[in-house]
Design a protein around this ligand. Structure first.
Ligand code: TRH
Length: 381
């Protein structure tokens, strides 16, 4: 069987940038690397506009970067469903669209793309079918993940080659830092750290540790939810892109929210990355620098199991003291205590963790989610 020629992706924007971030990445990859005609149906274009500056949030239909973008409203127009239909993160597809899928002679392959988790149960749930109660249609659950028995991770074909080219090219890196208004020349012992986070009680003690540290630390802070807390640490009511704040050994540069490939460069350029949610956490793993994950908090605390599941996989093969340093800082950053001490133990091992990160990224990189989706289409159709 051939690969599909067309794909509809449905995305409801719950919160933040992760849902649309994943869908936009997948849509681009299916269109650019596999030649599919992709329509991305999104119920709110505002978050999307932050990562795609040319998006016109007033338009209900437009094409950007080879992907058809449709505002998904309650009065969904009658359309011919695509051959591959992806509902992201358990969003409910419009009834009229489901009926149109059932009416097609060749039924579309219909998938629910789930949230990412490193937990063991994912393997047994991946690809499970869910027949429609009335219509001749089956929806399948497709789970991204970290093992061969899951759907893998989003990774563009040339991503690691681009990352390596950037790492090997001092002039490119210098231009990158200059573009941010940061000196390409590091001071002796200086660490550069990106900080993409939600509100977090650990921010102030961490900043204090950085400010009082023996070596310079340059923090790159994308605009967003953490900015008010960082600004308050410096005695400001708020902050915006372009602001530079300094205290003791710490300098903070507030950065604009940029397009996804630009954010990748930030992760490649820094020595250590604080990331959050889902997609930036994956990108930090491709960047292969030591990273600290702030997981999206859930009310019943189940997110801590998810945090621990990824930690356990990621630290495999590390010496015990380094594995412990990762555990302690991840926990401290996700509601635990004593972030300053945990930072000290983590950062003094950053070179070892960077080596480990390269091997980890290589290990994961063969499991390409977009390819797995297309192979599943071929097997299922
Ligand atoms: O924004 P998030 O917190 O999204 C979250 C998570 O996905 C979470 O799992 C989900 O349940 C919740 O939303 C509803 O974090 P995440 O997943 O890292 O998404 C951020 C996206 O923003 C990612 O695609 C990277 C992108 N980004 C840019 O494009 N430019 C930037 O400057 C920055 C900082 C991020």
């Amino acid at each position: 069987m051939a690969y599909p020629r067309s794909c509809d992706i449905f995305c409801t924007v719950v919160d933040n940038y992760g849902d649309i971030g994943v869908c936009w990445r997948l849509a681009r990859q299916l269109a650019h690397e596999h030649g599919l005609q992709v329509r991305l149906w999104v119920d709110d274009l505002h978050s999307f506009g932050r990562m795609l500056p040319e998006l016109d949030v007033a338009l209900t239909q437009q094409t950007c970067r080879g992907v058809g973008i449709r505002l998904w409203t309650a009065d969904m127009p009658e359309v011919e469903p695509a051959e591959l239909v992806i509902g992201a993160f358990a969003c409910r597809l419009p009834e009229s669209y489901i009926r149109a899928m059932a009416a097609r002679e060749r039924k579309p392959v219909w998938l629910n793309l789930e949230y990412l988790s490193a937990e063991d149960w994912v393997e047994s749930h991946h690809k499970l079918p869910s027949p429609h109660p009335q219509l001749p249609l089956t929806k399948y659950f497709f789970f991204p993940g970290f093992t061969d028995r899951t759907g893998g991770l989003l990774i563009e074909r040339d991503l690691l080659a681009q990352r390596d080219a950037f790492r090997a090219d001092a002039a490119m890196q210098a231009r990158y830092w200059q573009g941010l208004g940061v000196s390409p020349q590091r001071r002796a012992g200086e660490l550069r750290v990106s900080l993409f986070s939600y509100e977090n009680a650990a921010i102030a003690p961490l900043l204090r540790a950085w400010a009082e540290g023996a070596s310079p630390l340059c923090c790159l802070l994308p605009e967003g939810r953490a900015v008010p807390q960082v600004a308050a640490f410096f005695g400001h009511a708020g902050g915006r892109a372009g602001d530079v704040w300094q205290r003791g050994s710490l300098t903070v540069h507030v950065l604009p929210f940029v397009e996804q490939p630009e954010y990748d460069r930030l992760l490649w350029a820094c020595d250590i990355n604080f990331v959050r949610g889902e997609d930036s956490c994956v990108r930090a793993q491709w960047a292969a620098k030591p990273f600290i994950w702030q997981i999206y908090p859930q009310q019943d605390g189940v997110h801590l199991d998810k945090l621990d599941a990824l930690r356990a996989r990621y630290v495999e093969g590390l010496p015990a003291d380094a594995a412990l340093a990762v555990r302690d800082l991840w926990l401290a950053w996700n509601g635990g205590t004593d972030v300053a001490a945990a930072w000290g133990r983590f950062s003094e091992r950053h070179e070892l963790l960077a080596e480990h990160g390269l091997a980890w990224a290589k290990h994961l990189s063969g499991n390409d989610l977009a390819l797995n989706l297309l192979d599943f289409f071929r097997q299922t159709e």
